[in-house]
Design a protein around this ligand. Sequence first.
Ligand code: AMP
Ligand code: GLY
Length: 431
Amino acid sequence: MRILVIGSGGREHALCWKIAQSAKCSKIYCAPGNGGIRQIAETVDINADDIASLLEFAKANNIDLTVVGPETPLVKGIVDIFQAAGLKIFGPSENCALIEGSKIFAKVLMKRAGVPTAAFKIFENIEDALLHAATKTLPFVVKADGLCAGKGVVICRTQEDVRLALENMMVAKAFGASGERVIIEDCLVGEEASIIVLSDGKTIVPLASSQDHKRIFDGDMGPNTGGMGAYSPTPVITNDLFKKIIDTIIYPIINTLAQDGTPYKGVLYAGIMVTKDGPYVLEFNARFGDPETQAILPRLKGDLVEAMERSIDGKLANFSLAWDARPCVSVVLASGGYPNGYEKGMEIKGLEEAAAMRDVIIFHAGTRRGRRATDDNKLLITSGGRVLNVTALGDDMQRATDNCYNAVKVIRFEKMHYRRDIGARALGRKR
Ligand code: AMP
Ligand code: GLY
């Protein structure tokens, strides 16, 4: 099969890497890709949300299967558009992608499906939101309805935080139409985990559990980021809890959407807070997690392409995926300054040495090949906030973590920043 992967991050590098192992795959393209993806796929200079150009490319190049990485094209309806043109594409329809594209849609759906989530109220103007906020015990959470590239959630500890968050979203319109409506919801306390499943509309096949580390600094300090590292599996999700999440969260959502006549196909990602009262949903995503995917796919023994085809064809019943029992840890190397301003164009060194280490895989996120007169166009340079995902398997969590950080040590670029405590929670270390 000729397969097109859409996106340019570490998640898409991991997807291309896994897809390339499938006996079904004869050729991979990636649009737009990055400096590492280029080594295993033919990169195509089309942006991930330029759906018209992607469609034209897929038709002209006889693409047999398209796999969508990021949320924006899904929310814009790329799956419906490709299907209408007779092309096979893995992912949820525009209607189902609203589960990520509109937090209000997701909350109302959860309520209808009886899925545990924080108590909430919806607001369409700032006056009503402020009146409600004044009556509520702090802390609580203000969320913009639409896509905000991970910046639309504010945990408010003072009424001043609330006012600033609401003014930013509803008056200054920092996120455009995404902030026209907001949710105010209760704060949940516990440990977070990611449960990612494949769905064919009726039946789901879960991937292994994982845990992300969203804050920029060790000990979960500093601002939120796109994710600074992940590991799989996460011990907070015991076998019993895993089953409970599938039965009381995932299936009720899949069944409710099927009853609505809009069956959910593709990846469904549940961001879970494990509270003392059991698992609650923080959010749903309509796609693979980043960086969770980089820690999950190295453990997958089965054929991801077959699983995606079965999702599209409604044939996930009696299908399961086999997993490597060894844990996997993935650490993000970021540009100094990220998630705020940072410089690009730093030369990356030590990558080949790191990649040659046992049980180590390097996924690229923000890299590209340099274009300096002297470097023969081969130098690898930084081109984004999150630059590399250094990933390692090991016989146990300690060994996986050691393998990973030993590889991190040999990679260098100016102002490189990474967290030193990815996996620490699983190891039970004191922060
Ligand atoms: P979301 O995009 O909704 O997952 O929110 C991003 C992050 O904000 C989550 O991963 C949590 O760390 C945090 N968060 C979101 N909602 C809540 C909540 N109700 N209580 C506590 N933390 C939350
Ligand atoms: N790792 C969080 C996300 O993919 O949204």
